[in-house]
Design a protein around this ligand. Sequence first.
Ligand SMILES: CC(C)(COP(=O)(O)OP(=O)(O)OC[C@H]1O[C@@H](n2cnc3c(N)ncnc32)[C@H](O)[C@@H]1OP(=O)(O)O)[C@@H](O)C(=O)NCCC(=O)NCCS
Length: 311
Amino acid sequence: MDRAELIAYVRAQGDGVVSSLGPDGSPQAAYLPITATDRAELVFDARATSRKIANLRRNPGVAVVVGGRDGTTLQCEGVADLPAGAARDLCARAYLDAFPQFEASLSDDGVVLVRVRLTWARYGDYRPGFSSSAEVPLVVVRRIRADEWALARALRLDALRDAAAGIAFLETYERATAEPDEFFQDRAARAAAGDDVAQLVAVDGETWAGSVTVIVQRAGSVDYHGVPVERSRAVVVGVYVRPEHRGDGLIDRLLDSAAQWARDQGFDELSLGVHRDNARAQGAYRRAGFVPSGVTFTGSIGPELEMVRPL
Ligand SMILES: CC(C)(COP(=O)(O)OP(=O)(O)OC[C@H]1O[C@@H](n2cnc3c(N)ncnc32)[C@H](O)[C@@H]1OP(=O)(O)O)[C@@H](O)C(=O)NCCC(=O)NCCS
């Protein structure tokens, strides 16, 4: 099952069991009509005073099971919220498309619409003659395409406005935003093909959730700090995961994909520079198999250390 099939499945089933955590941490479950938006978010409604809404306000973590009657089932986990504005309009439209009979309840002030953004899903098929279950790939990691330069630009500008940008990126928001379209078109074209640079992106439906770029620095050239390169190497730069996707393992998948690309180019090591004070990035890199090489240097963003991952 892929993302589009997940949406179709939830819409066809139309109901499911939602589990949340009660005030003392014990599980509570409720059976509800459920549908999905075009972005693969689950949507249901509930009384604002219900215990499930109190639970989700306290702890937005939620597990949902859709299906089961015909031997197929979709197990999901995600994060619930009560969307407002355009996000609510989108959920309301999906909900009313599925359940036009509930139109009155949606305009009732005592009823709230809940959206669940999925972090994990698994489809199981146990009908007679079948016996399989497989995770549904909600976020796809792949190399960018040249025509995606505007998406790459938008992600980059968001990254450069991140609270950690000052200790994460050599480029500044002011400089990047002043660049003409051709700059980003050229950057995307180079990152999309060839063996000098590859940008890997995590695509969550229509949005880009994060990105890493691998650049090949050839022996005899000068690196982006102005230091001569003695031995050709593959270096990870531009590491960014949107805040709503942090902690969900996306960075590991992006770095694995970067490692695979570098391996395919014949490299036996991936390296990167990380600011001494960027503890979160260092934690993620360590978990992904990077270790400090012992090399430290001071670049334009301050003191950095080099970390390497054998391939
Ligand atoms: C760096 C980034 C890509 C990491 O992705 P992430 O999803 O946030 O990373 P994770 O949460 O999976 O991993 C962070 C690790 O550091 C740990 N960590 C988090 N905050 C920490 C802190 N303040 N001090 C020490 N360790 C910390 C976490 O516990 C986790 O380690 P664990 O899995 O061993 O528990 C993301 O935070 C990001 O985009 N940051 C802004 C841009 C940036 O800093 N880029 C890096 C430039 S070098």
